[in-house]
Design a protein around this ligand. Structure first.
Ligand code: NAD
Length: 250
């Protein structure tokens, strides 16, 4: 069952960026994909392009911050595919700007609502099914910012991303007896999300901080595959740095 080709995998945030890259990478390996995003048309376009090249995927609208929509998404996916082997939580607000002395209550709550609570609603909604089948893998995308912040990003972003590390270790501890493995990945600067709005000078500045350079989302997709395949069968509770060498020894 742990060959990726045999798995039904949910990928949130699959309409663009890292989520789309992960979806394309898993599709190449033969996974059956449930692609979910708040951008309904864009995620449909990704699904269509995957289906045209022989992939088995369906597209779904979801706002991960809305617990009722999340619950109904999981029920629909179970109806469509009969089971869920893995959840890859990618959807999120990528590194919004915000200075501590300026951000409003609404801005703070919005980031926490999507980047922390939204991941939780998705995980909690798949758990009854994974626990019943006594098997499952959950991978959540945190960020380098959980451990090393950048001055322009809102503190809410670092708080949410660090929260995902704690959530991962707690869930891994509670779920190991149920056959469910839980990990998170901390990508460095990827060149998607808010990064695409950066000037060349800003990109050059960042480039110097990442010893292995900025190479796009593929390394994150490879890390997800590693965890979902048999190679990840003895790994749970990890916060995996995929940061181009920026984070070391933690
Ligand atoms: N880009 C980077 O350098 C980088 C680095 C570290 C971590 N990350 C994290 O990786 C994840 C993806 O980043 P990205 O660069 O692909 O960003 P992106 O903005 O290109 O993609 C994010 C996706 O999530 C979807 N989304 C946003 N809010 C949603 C919601 N409430 N419900 C459902 N879908 C929603 C968006 O529609 C979009 O398709 C984010 O969690 C981000 O914080 C990104």
């Amino acid at each position: 069952m742990n060959a990726i080709a045999n798995q039904v995998v949910i990928v949130t945030g699959a309409a663009q960026g890292i989520g789309e890259c992960i979806a394309r990478h898993l599709a190449k390996q033969g996974a059956t994909l449930a692609l979910a995003d708040i951008q309904a048309e864009k995620v449909k376009a990704v699904q269509q392009s995957l289906s045209e090249s022989g992939g088995n995927a369906r597209a779904y609208f979801v706002d991960i911050a809305n617990v009722e929509l999340v619950k109904s998404l999981i029920q629909t996916i179970l109806k469509d595919f009969g089971r869920i082997d893995a959840l890859v939580n990618v959807a999120g607000l990528d590194a919004p700007a915000g200075l501590a002395w300026e951000i409003s209550e609404t801005e703070w709550r919005n980031v926490i609502e999507v980047n922390l609570n939204g991941q939780w609603w998705m995980i909690q909604a798949v758990l009854p099914h994974m626990m019943a089948q006594r098997r499952g893998k959950i991978v959540t995308i945190s960020s380098v910012s959980a451990r090393q912040a950048f001055p322009q990003h809102t503190p809410a972003y670092s708080a949410a991303k660090a929260g995902l590390i704690g959530m991962t270790s707690s869930l891994a501890t509670q779920l190991e007896a149920h056959g469910i493995l839980v990990n998170c990945i901390l990508p460095g600067m990827i060149g998607t999300g808010t990064d695409i709005h950066m000037t060349q000078a800003e990109k050059d500045l960042y480039q110097q901080q990442f010893p292995l350079g900025i190479v796009g989302p593929a390394p994150v997709a490879h890390a997800v595959s590693y965890l979902l395949a048999e190679s990840g069968d003895w790994i749970s509770g990890t916060a995996m740095n995929v940061t181009g060498g920026l984070l070391k020894g933690i």
